[in-house]
Every structure is written in C-alpha cells, then in structure tokens.
Ligand binder design. Structure first.
Ligand code: MSP
Length: 665
C-alpha cells in the first residue's frame, strides 16, 4: 500500500477590512471571489488556506469609537465580530479571521520591524505632509487644503517625528523583481500602473505615529505606534504563523486578492517590507475593479451602498455569487443593478440550470423508474451519444483554464453553453415523444443518459461558484461522494454509471417575480439602513415608513428616551407632484413641500394610492434622514404611514388644518 502524497499547499487572502463600518456588497465581492478560488483550488488537488480579517487600528476607527462613546478596542471588537458573523452566515468564512488587535499579530509586526531595523532599513526622521485620513496615506505632491485624488476628501497637514521605512532603497530591487516575475501583479493594467509609479522614484515611508494611541506599540519607543500599512499588511503573515511561518508551510502566500485602490500598498510596500526583512515574497497580487452603483463607487458617505443581507434573504447567497462572477469581468469595474441580478437569476439559474436539472431528473424518474439509463451502443462499440460528449470534454479543459486565469465570467459563460447545448438537444430529440414508441426506447435511453451526464459535468464545473445548488444536483444524480471532493482533472465524459439510482427531482431555483423581489430587497435594505451604524452608535428609532411595509417584522425595539425621539425631525408636507418610478410597482416619486423647501421623496405607496390622488394631500415627512437612492432615484426623506394588517401603507394625516412645514413633537 502506498501512502497518499501530501497535497501541495495554496494560501490566499482577502484584504483585511476596516472596522469603522459594516460590509457592503463591494467587500462581499472580494470575499466571495476568494471563496470561489478556494473551492476551485481544492477541486484541483490543493490543500487550500484562506485568510480574511479585520484591520482595526488607525485614526478612523479611533474617531468612530469616540463618536460612539466607546473605547477603540470595544468599538472595533463589536464591528469585527459582525464582519466575521456575516462571512460565516454567507458561507464564505476565512479559514482564519485575523484581527490586527490579536496578540499574535502584534508580535509579528514587532518582529518584522526588528528585522527591517537590524538590516538597516529603518531610520528616524520628521515629516510634514498632506495626509488623507480616510485612505490612511500621505498624498504626495499635495499642498495644504488640497483634496485627496483618490477619495476627494480634504487632506490634513501633519508634522511629526516618525520612524521611516527606507522605501527609496527598493526602487531597483522592486523593478528587478517585477521583471523576473511578470505575473506578480495582475491584471496587466494594474501592473503598468505600479511600474510607472515605481519608475517615478520612491520616497521613504513614515511607518509610526506619536500622535495617536490606537496602534501597536513600537517596542521601547513609546509613544510611537505602528501606522496602518506597516501593520495591516503583516496580518497576512501573522495569520499563518508569523515568526514561525515555516512550521505551517503556508508562507509565502500564493495570492492576495485586493481591490484596485490598494494595489500600490500590496505591490510596492509589501514586497519591500518583506525584502527588507529577508522573507519570501507572495507569488501574486490580483486587483479587481469596483462595484459601482449609479456609476459611482459604493460608499457609505455617498449613500449608495448595497448590503448583502437583504439580497441573500430574498434570493439566497448563490444567486448573488453567480451574478457577481458572471456579470462582472474580473479585474474591471462593474455596475451593480438589482434588475440585472434578478434577470440573471430567472434566466440563467431558474430557467437555465434549475429547469434543466428538474426536467432531466423528472424524465429519468418517469421513463426509467429513477435509474440512469444505459446509452445505446453505436456501430463500432461507442455510444450513440451526440457531439455533446466531445463538446463537454473540451469545455472541461477550457473552463479549468479560465478558472486558472480567474476569468470567472468567461468560465461561467462556457459552462452555460453546455447547459444551452443540452437544453437544445432535449428540445430537438423530444424524449417525451420517443417515450411513446417502444422501438425508440434505446434512443430515449441515450438522450436521457446524455442529458444526465452533461448535467453532472455542469454541476462539477459550476461547484466553486454554486456550491449548494450543484451539490443538490449531484446528489439527485445519485452521486454519493461529496462534490467538493471531486478532482476536476479526473472528470471526464462517460463516468456516470448506468443503473445509478437518482433522487427525487426537487426545484433548485424557483422563478421569482422581478418587481416584487426588488421591492422586497429594497424594503429590507431601507429597514437595515435605519439600524444604527456602526452598531454601537446611538441612533433614534424612526417611525415605520411605507417602504418598510414589506419588510419582515423587526424585533420589538428597546425603549428609547425622549432625547432619542427628539433626534427625529418630522414636519407637515404638501405633495406637489407624484409619479410612478419606472420598473418599480410599489414606488412613487413625490415632490413634497415641507415649508422652506421642496423635497424629492420616493415612497412605497403605489399599490395603495394612485399618484393623482396624492397631489394636494398633506402628509407627515421625516425630514432629517440621510438621503438614499431607491431604484436609482434619490429619496430625501420619508413619508410616515401605518402598516395595515395586509401590509399596505395607510398615510398619517390630520383632522384639523395645519400649515405646511409645521413640526411634529
Ligand atoms: N484595511 C484596508 C486593507 C488592508 S489589507 C492588508 C482596506 N479596507 S476596506 O475595508 O476599505 O476594504 C477595502 C476592500 O474592500 C477593497 O480593496 C476591495 O477589495 C473591497 N471593496 C470595497 N469597496 C468596493 C467596491 N465598491 N467594489 C469592489 N470592492 C470593494 O482598504
């Protein structure tokens, strides 16, 4: 007996997310991508380890904590726990969730600093510069008052005594390294960007602060603490052993997945820190693009964030995974739209894969008593199967090649070509007609065998993206071994054994009504955005608005004090105009006079009120809500309504006449 050979190791990471806010689907995208790669690599025979985590130090977290009346540690822990819980709930947990407040991370940062210092790459100096607090980076060449070119926020002038990392000494070493490792930075456009940055010359980098407390102490150098990038990046190493990294055999990382805005830190600073410390360098940094909403990067401050939970509550996580990977070309920016999400769901998943699985399995049950039929032999001994077999075998190699290059969109497109091909084959061969003639029995067996075998290949190939749905199909095809354990290299046409008992066909992706689903997601989103963020901050509970009518019941709110209620500003408004929002059954776009201004408000009233009946009506408006967009239309306030037992909104109003703009107390 031979002992099984150890699997090669593969280590990948997501960015470590800041704990000054909650995740949106931009962050979720990065973590989903990493999870898809993890699952794919496991199916290619690797022992995979994935790290995600929380980047907890820095001024932003310190300030947010202060606002919430908490210590940075307490505040940051509450948020880190929620990030971790979300990844767990969505089925995309890291194998390690590293927190930069972890003791083992502190030790690793201090150790790395010592090595860099002993090797002569650290010096003390004083620095004055324009600093972007949001991006935690000095803005080179900016003057006082200038805005940050990345985020547009004003920069701050900072002077302090710092420890500097001698980045300038690494220009040539980095250029040599990039030349020797042309795949280190992906995609090509980002590689070019980094090359031109490094070619332009590198300045030494300030890596400590004396002005803030919330950071990892520089040993023996109080009050210096390490500052963001010479802290967070090192988390990738802390997660897999830190100073003892060689014991686990996971360092150097094979892949760092990052968003494009942090490529420079990963592709320039990080390899330079590691070179300075004489440590091995990661194999590849892959920068993906941004998810845009209404053509802009999603961000809390712009009020255009989309959260994952409402989508997952309405459709499940798998449709979101599929949509993000199919719709967005990895490496490029992509627009997020609910419309496209539900269209993909109904088209590719419900009508495509789901329907193919259910019709194939139903016919096998009906015509062959739930047993995979034996395909008829061809003259010459081969089966009578049509070109589907060759097509699928070729697709196997092509799809693996595309996954290897992280071309998820093309990989899924190719897999769905197999789905379309089998669908067409079934439509042309009409098994339901073949079933009527005993002389066509052998041909019927071939047709259904071909469909089932095609489905098996599709399930295996799509597994990294749709782990649960494909496992269901796999089991329904009578396959006992877990799909995640299948090795894609060993997969080939014809392995499905005739005579295998199939399971009961079950719907996998039921079709949904587009408008209703989008309205439901938006209502949940609105409900969620009403919740305090960050979670610790005290925020008033607002009265239920019509948009909330369709949301699931929320837990009874805790009692609030009068000061909390006083935070909600409500005024009498007069509806000036009302019209439907295109493509949204429930939404009306209103112009409402609130005394000193006319506000545009989008409200979920359309099923209960005709637009023309609202014009001239006095309503109660919550006027100090953050503006947000519903179906791309900005809504600047909320109309107050009761929720009738059937969930429909009933507008709050007055029996006596009240002037427009009057405040409610
Ligand atoms: N803490 C740093 C990273 C340190 S890594 C050692 C940070 N954190 S972050 O919370 O701002 O997360 C940034 C990452 O979230 C991006 O690099 C990207 O992966 C993801 N995204 C955040 N917004 C995004 C979009 N709108 N679209 C796609 N991904 C985005 O930067």
């Amino acid at each position: 007996m031979s002992t099984p050979r150890a699997k090669p190791k593969y280590y990948l990471t997501t960015p470590l997310y800041y704990t000054n806010g909650m995740p949106h689907i931009g962050h979720t995208y990065s973590t989903i991508v990493a999870d898809v790669i993890r699952r794919y690599k496991r199916m290619r025979g690797f022992e995979v380890f994935m790290t995600t985590g929380a980047d907890e130090h820095g001024v932003n977290v310190e300030r947010s904590a202060q606002k919430a009346g908490k210590s940075p540690q307490e505040f940051s822990t509450e948020i880190a726990v929620q990030w971790k819980r979300l990844w767990d709930d969505l089925g995309i947990p890291g194998d390690e969730f590293i927190r930069t407040t972890d003791e083992k991370h502190h030790r690793t940062v201090q150790w790395l600093f010592k090595r860099c210092r002993e090797n002569g790459f650290i010096e003390k100096g004083s620095y004055t510069g324009q600093y972007c607090v949001h991006d935690n980076a000095y803005v080179v060449d900016a003057g006082p008052g200038d805005a940050c070119p990345d985020c547009g926020r004003p920069t701050e002038t900072v002077t302090e005594e710092n420890y500097f990392f001698k980045l300038s000494e690494f220009q040539q070493k980095l250029l040599d390294f990039y030349a020797a490792n042309p795949d280190f930075i992906q995609p090509e456009s980002r590689r070019n960007e980094v090359l031109s940055f490094v070619n332009g010359g590198l300045k030494n980098l300030s890596i400590t602060r004396t002005t803030i407390r919330w950071g990892i102490p520089v040993p023996g150098e109080a009050p210096h603490v390490f500052y963001v990038w010479f802290d967070a990046l090192i988390g990738y190493l802390s997660a897999v052993g830190g100073p003892n990294y060689d014991e686990r055999g996971l360092w150097p990382a094979d892949l760092h997945i990052v968003g494009k805005e942090i490529i420079r830190f990963h592709a320039v600073y990080w390899p330079a820190f590691l070179m300075a410390a004489d440590l091995p360098l990661p194999a590849q940094i892959w920068a993906h693009g941004w998810l845009l909403f209404d053509s802009e990067k999603m961000s809390k401050s712009r009020g255009n964030v989309v959260r994952p939970r409402p989508i997952v509550n309405a459709l499940g996580i798998e449709p979101l995974r599929y949509y993000l990977l199919r719709e967005i070309v990895f490496g490029q920016d992509g627009s997020f739209s609910y419309d496209a999400l539900v269209t993909r769901y109904n088209g590719d998943l419900a009508n495509g894969l789901g329907n193919l699985a259910s019709r194939t399995l139903t016919m096998i049950e009906r015509y062959f008593g739930g047993e995979i039929p034996k395909p008829a032999p061809k003259v010459g001994g081969e089966t009578d199967a049509p070109s589907t077999a060759e097509f699928a075998d070729e697709a196997l190699n092509k799809v693996m090649h595309l996954y290897d290059r992280l071309s998820f969109s093309l990989a899924l497109e190719s897999i769905w070509e197999i789905v379309a091909m089998i669908d067409k084959y079934i439509t042309v061969e009409k098994p339901w007609s073949l079933a009527e003639k005993p002389e066509d029995r052998a041909h019927l067996a071939t047709v259904l065998y071909t469909a089932a075998e095609g489905l098996r290949i599709v399930a295996a190939l799509a597994h990294p993206v749709l782990p649960q749905a494909t496992q269901k199909i796999w089991s329904q095809l009578g396959q006992a071994e877990p799909l995640s354990g299948v090795q894609l290299d060993l997969l080939s046409w014809g392995q499905l054994k005739p005579g295998t008992k199939t399971g009961k066909p079950e719907g996998i992706f039921p079709r949904v009504d587009k408008s209703e689903t989008i309205a439901r997601i938006e209502a949940m989103e609105q409900e969620q955005n009403k919740a305090p963020e960050p979670p610790a901050a005290a925020t008033a509970t607002t009265p239920a608005g019509p948009g909330a009518a369709a949301a699931p019941a929320v837990a009874a709110a805790a009692k609030i004090c009068i000061e909390d209620f006083a935070k909600v500003e409500m005024r009498v408004g007069l509806v000036k105009t009302a019209e439907r929002v295109a493509g949204a059954d429930k939404l009306l776009q209103l112009q409402v006079d609130i005394g000193d201004e006319v506000r545009q408000i989008v409200a979920g009233l359309a099923l209960a009120y005709k637009p023309e009946n609202l014009v001239g009506r006095k309503v109660v408006v919550v006027t100090n809500l953050q503006p947000r967009k519903l179906r791309g239309v900005e809504s600047n306030g909320m109309i107050v309504a009761a929720s009738a037992p059937d969930g429909s909104p009933v507008l709050a109003g007055f029996l006596e006449d009240v002037p427009v703009g009057a405040k409610l107390k």
